[in-house]
Design a protein around this ligand. Structure first.
Ligand SMILES: *Cc1c(COP(=O)(O)O)cnc(C)c1O
Length: 494
């Protein structure tokens, strides 16, 4: 399986290079030259598999440098860190299902991919004979950061540096990151929002000076943000698995269509759903749900992508994003794999803050995705409604999905992707179910447990007694120098 770039469709690289560099040299994103297909016998064979094996099966279609057996070892190890089934489907009503992707170590769906990625990278690095230290800068809107820190902490030959927007993440999200243990991890808050952090990290990949400075430390940059294809591959697996679970549970027959609703920020999660559909999973509707930062809703309805709007801080901070990086991969398909067209749009976005794909492509876009957004009050109502009506507790991101997607759940089976545990957003969840919120974060968690009987995982309650190791707040201009300092430190440790 070879990969090409969304900004240069002549390029051909192996999976190992796509995963180990993260971003293409031209600034584009790596995409498979040809997406593999899942045949009916493939799906039938997967029906009998458990989750890690299904995941390995999907990855083996995408990364042929590794065997199915090697990938099974990786997936088993990665998902052994989960509490039970990594992607259980919970039905609350006839047509309404939630796929809970938050049973990993950091309690958000980012664990689904970031528990696999370090193992995948290490295995591909070995195959490719690469010796350099992989230095991984990560921009996070809240959940990727901790999942990357947990995934890479202690993994030999890697170092991870996380940048999060100062004041832009929940109390628990912040605590989780700044208390991370390990010698190959580092965290800084950034003065700015998530888009600023993401732009600063993306810039690192095209900086010649940084590349040279890191070379002297024997290090090389690697991307672990959702623009790395190594993140997408394990995500495709749960869309296949969710479908098979409904078939296995005799809710639907093999071949019957279902729909998915995905709370969306950087467009990574929903892109994985789109890829699953293209590979052969019978998916009818893909609902792309946004919060009040509704740039994607507008894009899907008009074909115009415009970031000329205020950046709003909402109760679903992991979706507070205006520049959805992974959209570029979908645009590449939409443009008939014409990388010059994609490049043109991306350059326009950079220079003018908008691009227009034209009415013909806009109508194709609408065939693939149903867009919608939830206002803050609708998100609050969704949390309250699900709890009062079904005794089912969801976090604000999942609630955005429900608020938008429930309009379509009478069409057939609908799976709502549940992206984070309610415990990560205790304050917002408490107030949404009509409770007062204690100002102390730990007390808020304990109250959530008391009034909802939702289990607070030990790893979360322990956080509040842990030492904060990383307290620096830096400007985006300092990002590259900080990375070099970190690389020097890692080198001296070797
Ligand atoms: C990252 C995240 C999202 C958005 O996912 P994308 O892949 O960026 O679209 C939604 N919910 C939660 C809880 C997240 O952490």
């Amino acid at each position: 399986m070879l990969f090409t770039s969304t900004r240069n469709n002549k390029l051909r690289v192996k999976g190992s290079e796509a995963v180990l560099s993260g971003l293409a040299p031209d600034g584009g994103l790596f995409v498979p030259v040809e997406l593999p297909k899942l045949s009916k016998p493939d799906l039938e064979q997967m029906l009998e598999m458990d989750y890690p094996e299904r995941s390995a099966f999907i990855m083996s279609k995408l990364f042929d440098e590794l065997s199915f057996d090697e990938l099974k070892v990786i997936a088993r190890r990665a998902y052994s860190t989960f509490d039970g089934d990594p992607a259980p489907i919970v039905g609350i009503d006839e047509n309404v299902w939630f796929m809970e992707l938050y049973h990993g170590k950091t309690h958000a769906f980012k664990d689904m991919a970031l528990s696999v990625l370090p193992l995948l990278m290490t295995a591909l690095k070995e195959k490719a004979g690469q010796k350099e230290l992989c230095l991984i800068p990560v921009a996070t809107s809240g959940d990727t950061g901790k999942a990357a820190l947990e995934g890479f902490s202690g993994v030999e030959g890697t170092g991870v540096y996380v940048f999060y927007p100062d004041g832009g993440v929940s109390a628990t999200q912040r605590k989780q990151m700044v208390t991370t243990l390990g010698n190959n991890v580092c965290v800084s808050a950034i003065k700015g929002n998530f888009d600023d952090a993401q732009t600063a990290v993306k810039k690192c990949f095209t900086s010649i000076e940084l590349k040279e400075a890191l070379k002297e430390c024997g290090a090389k940059l690697t991307g672990a943000n959702s623009i790395n294809f190594g993140r997408l591959a394990p995500q495709i697996a749960y869309y296949v698995s969710g479908y098979l679970d409904l078939v296995g549970g005799e809710v639907i027959k093999m071949g019957e269509e279902i729909s998915y609703t995905v709370p969306t920020g950087n467009f990574g999660n929903i892109l994985a759903a789109y890829y699953a559909k293209k590979m052969g999973v019978p998916i009818k509707r893909l609902v792309c749900a946004s919060n009040e930062n509704n740039v994607l809703t507008e894009f899907i309805s008009t074909g115009v992508y415009s970031v000329d709007r205020p950046f709003l801080k909402t109760m679903s901070p992991s979706m507070d994003i205006l520049v959805s990086s992974n959209l570029e991969r979908f645009l590449f398909d939409l443009a008939g794999k014409d990388s010059m067209v994609v490049k043109g749009w991306m350059e326009e976005l950079k220079s003018t803050g908008r691009y227009d794909i034209g009415s013909e492509l806009a109508s194709k876009l609408k065939d693939e995705f149903t867009g919608g957004y939830a206002e803050e009050s609708e998100c609050v109502d969704a949390i309250g409604y699900l709890f009062d009506e079904y005794g089912y507790l969801v976090d604000p991101h999942t609630a955005v999905g429900y608020a938008v997607g429930s309009a379509y759940s009478d069409e057939g089976q609908m799976i709502f992707v549940s992206t984070a545990s309610p415990v990560k957003f205790a304050a917002s969840v408490l107030s949404s179910i009509g409770e007062s919120v204690p100002s102390d974060d730990k007390k808020a968690l304990l109250k959530l447990e008391k009034v909802t009987a939702f289990d607070i995982p030990q790893s979360v309650s322990d956080l509040f007694g842990m030492e904060e190791r990383f307290t620096s707040v830096i400007s985006t201009k300092e990002v590259q120098t900080k990375i070099v300092e970190f690389a020097k430190k890692l080198k001296s440790q070797q």
